[in-house]
Design a protein around this ligand. Sequence first.
Ligand code: SF4
Length: 384
Amino acid sequence: MAKQARSSRPAPRDRAITSALSKWFRSAARDLPWREEFRARRDPYRSLVSEFMLQQTQVSRVLEKFEPFLQRFPTVGALAAAPEQDVLAAWSGLGYYRRARLLHACAKSIVRDFGGVVPRDVDSLQELPGIGRYTAGAIASIVFNRPEPIVDGNVCRVLQRLDAKPGSASDKEVIAWAWERAESLVKQCPNSPSQREGAGGGRRDADVATPATFNEGLMELGALVCTPAAPKCLVCPLRDLCLAREQGLVDEIPAPKARAKRSRVYHDTVVVWRKTARGVEVLLEQRPATGLWAGLWQPPTVESATRTRRTLKSLLAELGLPASAAKVKPREWVFQTTHRDVCFRVWPLQLAHDAGSPRRWCEEAELAGVGFSNAHKEVIALAR
Ligand code: SF4
C-alpha cells in the first residue's frame, strides 16, 4: 500500500534540491562532445543537433555520429543548404529518420525566419519544426540559462521519486504535475537570466544553482543515478531530500506503464546485384515519403500486413523485375522497431537488368553514403 506524499514542501527544501543537484552536476557530469564548451558559452547549434539526436537514442550511439555529422554540416547554414539525401545519409545508423528531416527543416527555418541565429526564448524555439516543449526548454535553459523547465521520462521519474508522487511517468496527470514541479524548482535557481546569459550558464560559480546546471543535473541524475531499475540511492546527491527513499517507495515509483501492443508487418525483399567493370552493384529503390523509414533507400521490397507465401517468381513479377530461373532459398529475419516487428524474407539474386526510374544501381563501395535504415544494412549484409 503506497503511503501518502507530504502535502507541503517548504522552499528551503527546494533550494537544497537545486543547490545539491547543481553542485553534483558540476563535479560528476559526463564529458560529452556537446558539453565541450562546459566552462564557456554553450554553442546553440551543437546543442540543437545533440537534442535532436538524443531523442529516443542512447548516448553511446549518438557519440559515434555526433562529430561526423558536425564535420559534414558545421553550421546551421550548411545544414540548411544541404540536400535532404545528404542529411539522411549522415544520420544513417541513428534511426527515427523523421528527426533528421525535422532537424533539416528546423535549420532551414532558423536561416529563413531568424537570420541564421538560434532563438533564445521558448516561444520562438517552439515555432521551429521538430521542437516541442522539452527541446525548447532544454535549449533555452542549457544554452541561454533561462529559467525554463524540462520534463522527459528521466526527469519525471526523478521528480516523482523526490516527492514520492505515485503513478506512471506516462500518465497525463503525472506529466502535468512534473512540468509544474520542474518549473517551480527551476524558477528558484538564483541566477537571473539577464545576469548569466552568455556566461556559460553560470557554471563559474561553483556553489550556485543555475537553470542550466539544475536542468542538466536533473537529466544526468536520471541517466546515471536515479535509473529506472536499481537506482544508486547510496551515492545520490539528493538522498537526504528524497521522500521515496525516506518512505521506502523507491521500487514502487514510478508505477510501470501499460505495454503498447506490438504490430507485425511482412517485407519480402530481393537483394538484386550485378557485376560490372567497376565492381559489384546493388539495385535500390526509395521508400515512400511517409511512414516507416520514410524516404530511405532499400532493395526492392513488397510489404504486406499479413504473411503471404510468395515464391521468387511471383515476387519478381510483383516488383516488375525480369523473371529468373535461379533456385534461391529466402532467409528469414525479424527486425524489431519500438512498436512493431518487421518480418523479412530476403532473396539474394544476381540479375543483369536496366534499373529504370525510380530504381537505381549503387556500387557496393558507395552503399555507406546512402541513407539506409539499420534494418536494410542488415538485409544487404544477410544477402551478400
Ligand atoms: S535517493 Fe534514490 S530514488 Fe531518490 S532521487 Fe536519489 S537515486 Fe532517486
